[in-house]
Design a protein around this ligand. Structure first.
Ligand SMILES: C[S@@+](CC[C@H](N)C(=O)[O-])C[C@H]1O[C@@H](n2cnc3c(N)ncnc32)[C@H](O)[C@@H]1O
Length: 236
């Protein structure tokens, strides 16, 4: 289930401001171009930044997210009427023969429940054509990104809005933290999230179990040494 940060209209509207320049999406655009993808599925599309970049290039994009407020932001953007937006998760995808499926912005980590993760991979597999590619990123557990998730290191003011993160709990691979956002009019909203940090071997096993072949595990150019970027193909 999506967190308040994506489901609350005011927080969802602030997401793009907070994320700023999306250099992290460039590798996904590059892979879509390399594959000459005609149809791309964007799972956990959020506010639709990548979906709109791809559709602007003439790619047919099907974008799915469980957070309605984020989808509403996406749908209001220029060019949005060329994307097929679906409120839900990978289980809600229609029959497709997609060339590429992506999960950007560490969506994979937001799917914490093992059964939900297995279902996401299974339904993504079903949405791809034989030989189609799944690409997603996930933080490398050994880098312990959560050590930086504290007020001192995350506090910032953007367009007069103050934000910071507090780490709440680390329970094995599950890390829980809380974003606080204070808007210029004084409204203070919080959003608590839990992410699952999966090891490379676990991800390879999960993908293999759902009929994928892992073809590459790359670095994220904008976050060197901090992310696994998986590419896996649907076996014919
Ligand atoms: C950090 S945002 C990333 C959004 C977008 N991919 C991006 O790069 O800007 C994580 C997204 O994952 C979505 N999400 C949470 N649980 C999900 C699930 N089970 N399936 C698909 N998306 C999910 C959230 O609603 C949220 O939009």
């Amino acid at each position: 289930m999506a967190d308040e940060g994506f489901t609350h209209p005011r927080l969802a509207a602030f997401y793009d401001i907070q994320e700023g320049q999306r250099d992290d999406l460039d590798p996904y655009v590059a892979v879509a171009a390399d594959l000459q993808a005609a149809t791309v599925v964007d799972i956990g599309c959020g506010t639709g930044v990548l979906a709109l970049m791809l559709t602007a290039q003439g790619i047919h994009v099907i974008a799915v997210d469980p957070a309605l407020a984020s989808l509403d932001i996406a749908k209001a953007k220029p060019g949005a009427d060329t994307v097929r937006w679906i409120h839900g998760d990978a289980r809600d995808l229609p029959p497709l023969q997609a060339d590429l499926a992506v999960m950007t912005g560490n969506v994979a980590q937001a799917i914490t429940d093992p059964a939900d993760w297995a279902a996401t991979l299974a339904h993504t597999h079903a949405a791809l054509r034989p030989g189609g590619t799944l690409m997603f990123e996930t933080r490398i557990p050994a880098r312990k990104a959560w050590l930086d998730w504290n007020r001192e290191q995350t506090h910032q003011v953007l367009d007069g809005t103050e934000t910071w993160v507090d780490l709440l709990d680390v329970d094995g691979p599950l890390v829980t933290f809380r974003w606080t956002t204070v808007f210029p009019d004084g409204e203070r909203l919080t959003s608590t999230s839990t992410l699952r940090f999966r090891e490379r071997e676990q991800l390879e096993a999960d993908l293999t179990a759902q009929g994928f072949t892992v073809t590459d595990v790359r670095d994220a150019p904008d976050r060197p040494g901090r992310e696994f970027v998986f590419l896996a193909t649907k076996s014919a």
